[in-house]
Design a protein around this ligand. Structure first.
Ligand code: IMP
Ligand code: MG
Length: 425
């Protein structure tokens, strides 16, 4: 397949980083197309732990990587991430390009994110405080600053001046927060922009050329479908489109050129931040998952909320993304259970429904209907082939795939690269 899109089918943290890392081995180019450094893609290489936020996971394979137009780029965050990787021997600069039209996340976006979250009080979204929503707001308000502007320091300074003045008015008059100092903003941002300027180019042309030449391009999604700004649990969602179609928009590639869509699900469900979560478990049960599942946010370190697999959620994701192939991660975390519930539908207002309501008020009234699958009670962390999986584990995986109308392609049984079971090449 010349092009493949990898997307999360839950609320993010499905383990996309691990899955992309596997596909990247055979890719010529890896492209991030939405989100920003709110993402955290974790990959373990040998004993070394890498958490990527803005840089495509393909960088760890020495693959050519692109941060495309649909991403919002925090110059300071990106430089920090590049330096961290370089200090650990990863070649970054020769393998990374940034889309000219990608918008920048700047210090005032982070300040506003904090101020807005505080003002929301009990209704806080629980954002990552990276200023992501605020940067996308400026993009759509047509007051944003783009990667292209990093190559023109004088124009950048002028645009920063206008934006700092406007944001300071908001910070002070609306949110009763501290204003930012323009000179300090420039002093923080300018060196990072100067460092990144040589990487800025027309990435849409570059990606299309790669496809013209028959190269294999991998589109790396961030977050998960239920955090999509249009189709997620709004307003408890992120500020970008996450679904597979966003790969076309964010990268500047025709939807006709997106070949395979791979969905990633965790064998159960997690989310970080606020918002509805029908299958959420009580804290004592959640603790049983947390240790083995390493369920702490890789960007913020927050403990994740945990629950059983929700097929209502993943069916919606399968539909919205057109998921054909399914990768299931964290299967080993379920090794410990005698029986494993799967939510197959909801009870709501005296009825059974198998679709996810868009109204949060309605969702509040939904209670999960569970089907129980037998557990396997065997350590799967050492399993490397489908034939060696416990029968009940294979039945569980097959059931998830069947409910999503997708073909199972991979199961992951631990954080290491070799803890991978390829089910269909
Ligand atoms: P924001 O994207 O920082 O504005 O956060 C909005 C919501 O999306 C919050 O609930 C975050 O916890 C969630 N979120 C954002 N990025 C990720 C991610 O990469 N994984 C999981 N949750 C995320
Ligand atoms: Mg993550």
């Amino acid at each position: 397949m010349p092009s493949t899109v990898v997307v999360g089918a839950q609320w993010g943290d499905e383990g996309k980083g691990r899955v992309v890392d596997i596909y990247a081995k055979r890719a010529d180019m890896v492209v991030r197309f939405q989100g920003g450094n709110n993402a955290g893609h974790t990959v373990l290489v040998g004993e070394e732990h890498f958490a990527l936020h803005l840089i495509p996971t393909g960088i760890l394979r020495g693959t050519s990587c692109v941060i495309a137009n649909g991403v919002v780029v925090d110059p300071q965050g990106l430089v920090e991430e590049m330096r961290d990787l370089e200090a650990r021997g990863v070649a970054v600069r020769d393998n990374l390009l940034i889309g000219e039209n990608a918008h920048l996340v700047l210090p005032y976006h982070r300040a506003l994110d904090a101020a807005e979250e505080k003002a929301r009080g009990a209704a806080a979204i629980g954002t990552t405080l990276r200023g992501i929503g605020q940067a996308y707001t400026d993009k759509y308000a047509r007051s944003g600053i783009r990667a292209l502007d990093m190559t023109q320091p004088e124009a950048l300074r002028e645009k920063l001046a206008a934006n700092v003045a406007q944001k300071n008015a908001l910070l002070v008059k609306i949110y009763d927060a501290e204003p930012l100092d323009f000179d300090q903003v420039c002093a923080e941002v300018a060196p990072a922009c100067e460092e990144l300027a040589p990487l800025v180019t027309d990435t849409a042309a570059l990606i299309n050329r790669a496809l013209d030449e028959g190269k294999r391009v991998l589109f790396e999604g961030a977050q998960g479908t239920l955090l999509d700004v249009d189709f997620g649990t709004y307003p408890f969602c992120t500020s970008s489109n996450i679904i597979a179609a966003a790969a076309g928009v964010g990268a500047g590639v025709s939807p006709k050129r997106l070949d395979a869509i791979v969905g990633v699900v965790k064998a159960y469900t997690t989310r970080v931040g606020g918002g509805p979560f029908p299958t959420e478990c009580p804290p004592d049960l959640a603790e049983k998952f947390r240790h083995q599942g390493r369920e702490f946010g890789s960007t913020t370190g927050r403990p994740r909320r945990i629950g059983w697999f929700d097929a209502v959620v993943t069916r919606k994701a399968a539909m919205l993304n057109g998921i054909e192939k399914l990768a299931v991660t964290h299967l080993d975390v379920l090794d410990q259970f005698d029986t494993i519930p799967i939510c197959v539908a909801y009870h709501s207002d005296g009825e059974v429904r198998d679709t996810f309501p868009n109204s949060l008020a309605h969702l509040e009234r939904c209670t999960p209907i569970y089907e129980e699958m037998p557990g396997w009670r065997r350590d799967t962390t050492g399993v490397r082939s489908a034939a060696d999986l416990p029968r009940a584990a294979r039945a569980y995986l097959d059931r998830l795939a069947q409910m999503m109308g997708a073909q199972l392609c991979m199961a992951l049984v631990g954080p290491r690269r070799d803890q991978t079971i390829v089910i269909e090449a």
